[in-house]
Ligand binder design. Structure first.
Ligand SMILES: O=C(O)CCC(=O)C(=O)O
Length: 237
């Protein structure tokens, strides 16, 4: 697993959490999605500039800042252990986020590398765990990855001002990773990824946990990067 992750920049990992854990998480997830008042400052529309609460792709940053009990859940604990075994014992949670694709919105998440969103840090190790809370497949927007060749960051631009970043990449080079509920993928900050739009009548809920070295999280925080603040200007109630 580790060698595969290091060489291609992503892996699929089955059964990170049980179906019972998935059900519990869905309750918290849906409560956060529908609680516009407490999450307004954390959410934005990755699919454009949707009205608050009816985003096409809801990105809700740092859900555990609203529901701290999430931090004790198996998803966070197990993902943390796996992240440490992939990249080192010094990895800690940097930030969490929810990304939900609303039913019948058919809005892709554009090709990007996560590192394009981040400040430049001396230690580049970082890994995101993308956990499916329902079956994720091509028609509702599962993840696609392009096996990594190097750690170069491509030129990105915002599709809509203040919205998701996008770069040029070809789906012909990509691998589609369908998941069962409770499965996850791990990808690093330089791995190109994308997802198609959700053309089904159900939500496509994913919980994403990002890990990096403890010292690098401290460096980020010292520079004011908490993965909360910069979202505040995106959508206003
Ligand atoms: O859920 C998606 O569609 C995109 C997720 C993503 O870009 C990420 O986890 O880095």
């Amino acid at each position: 697993m580790k060698n595969k992750f290091l060489s291609q920049g992503f892996i699929k990992f089955e059964n990170l959490i049980s179906q019972e854990d998935v059900s519990d998480l869905k309750v918290s997830y849906d409560a956060l999605l529908s609680d516009i008042k407490r999450t307004a400052h954390l959410r934005s529309d990755l699919g454009g500039q949707g009205e608050l609460g009816s985003e096409k792709i809801t990105q809700l940053m740092r859900p555990s800042s609203v529901l701290p009990e999430l931090l004790q859940s198996k998803a966070y604990q197990n993902a943390s252990l796996q992240a440490q075994s992939l990249l080192g014992r010094d990895l800690v949670l940097d930030f969490d986020m929810l990304i939900n694709k609303m039913p019948l919105t058919n809005t892709p998440t554009p090709w990007h590398q996560d590192a394009a969103y981040w400040i430049d840090l001396p230690d580049k190790r970082a890994v995101s765990c993308w956990i499916a809370l329902e079956q994720a497949h091509e028609k509702n927007g599962c993840m696609w990855f392009i096996p990594k060749k190097d750690d170069q960051i491509r030129t990105h631009h915002a599709v809509v001002a203040g919205g998701a970043l996008s770069c040029k990449a070809s789906i012909d080079e990509a691998v589609c990773i369908p998941l069962q509920p409770g499965d996850c993928t791990f990808h690093d900050g330089f791995t190109l990824h994308y997802s198609k739009g959700n053309t089904t009548a159900q939500n496509r809920r994913a919980l994403i946990l990002n890990f990096r070295p403890k010292d690098m999280v401290a460096l980020e925080r010292a520079q004011g990067v908490d993965h909360l603040g910069e979202r505040k200007v995106r959508n206003k109630p």
